[in-house]
Ligand binder design. Structure first.
Ligand code: BDR
Ligand code: CA
Length: 313
């Protein structure tokens, strides 16, 4: 697997944290150029702080972390403390970060990096609402053809929705941003709920992570202990879904995933279905494909990878 340069755009969030740890534990496959925080699961003041806490947990206080947009393009921010807790990272007790937040806006970092690095060499990994990336595309449309790929967690087809009956959280929070990203022309790989609801941390899988006995392993086990109560109560599922780590796992082991190259459009007009990812899974619309939309996951392979990599931190 060739080394891939990435920027992680994120709203940590316990599952974002695990996605970041997986990337930072995989330097042979992934070079993280920086982390851009966006408002989502919790407000920006917390997501940028949480991102730095996670970098320190990974032993990477040198990582560049930038704060980005504090609200969606045109809508009021909706947060998800009911899932992630008051801090967004409830579960473990992690120390406040000592590494500084970088000067400058996350959107400028995205634009500057995409303009400076060779065209087609930087992949954007989006783990939250797409506000930062859409704002960068608006500000600097010339970056779109320079993006190697956008790999994002968002949307659903068979699973339909989690924040409303028809919408997944990341897309629902900023549907106009999602619409722009899905139309930008860069190659898109999408991890919808259809896949992430298969990445369930069962008691046995969490015990294996806890048994690593390292600060990162223990913190991840405590995060999923906290995070799972929501999905257990709501879906009766066997543990917490690790949504966002599907993005970084795909960079390392794409063979663990299966999907279809199809057309995906975002609903931005209807109050009833706002933020729905209208995924043409059955290829009936005649609209041109714009995304590889994943549908299946080898969950045992995914957890074997995650546990092994967390053990390296
Ligand atoms: C997505 O929303 C957030 O709550 C998670 O971090 C994930 O990115 C799942 O719908
Ligand atoms: Ca997230």
């Amino acid at each position: 697997m060739p080394l891939r340069k990435i920027i992680i755009d994120t709203d940590p969030g316990q599952d974002d944290a695990v996605a970041i740890l997986l990337a930072l534990a995989s330097p042979d496959e992934i070079e993280v150029l920086g982390i851009t925080a966006v408002a989502g699961n919790v407000p920006l003041a917390l997501t940028q702080k949480n991102a730095r806490m996670v970098c320190e947990l990974a032993g990477r206080p040198d990582m560049r972390v930038f704060a980005g947009c504090d609200a969606p393009l045109r809508r009021k921010l909706i947060t998800a403390e009911h899932v992630h807790g008051k801090t967004g990272l409830d579960g473990p007790t992690l120390p406040d970060p000592t590494m500084p937040l970088c000067d400058g806006h996350a959107v400028d970092f995205l634009v500057d990096t995409l303009r400076t690095e060779p065209a087609g060499s930087v992949t954007l990994c989006a783990l939250g609402p797409l506000t930062n990336i859409a704002t960068a595309l608006q500000k600097a449309p010339d970056i779109a053809p320079r993006i190697a790929q956008i790999v994002l967690m968002g949307g659903a087809y068979f699973e339909v929705g989690n924040i409303t009956p028809t919408a997944e959280f990341n897309i629902y929070v900023d549907p106009e941003a999602a619409e722009q990203v899905f139309a930008c022309g860069a190659p898109l790989t999408v991890m919808p709920l259809d896949v992430t609801h298969k990445a369930l941390v069962t008691a046995e899988r969490n015990a294996a992570i806890r048994a690593l006995g390292t600060p990162a392993g223990l913190a991840v086990a405590q995060m999923t202990d906290f995070f799972e109560r929501f999905d257990r109560e709501k879906y009766g599922s066997d543990g917490a879904p690790l949504h966002d780590p599907c993005v970084t796992a795909w960079l390392i082991r794409p063979d663990l995933f299966a999907g279809r190259h199809i057309n995906v459009e975002i609903e931005t007009a209807s109050d009833l279905t706002l933020g729905m990812t209208v995924a043409d899974w059955w290829r009936v619309s005649g609209r041109a494909p714009n995304a590889t939309f994943m549908g299946d996951l080898d969950a045992d392979g995914f957890f074997a990878l995650l546990t092994e990599r967390l053990g390296r931190l």
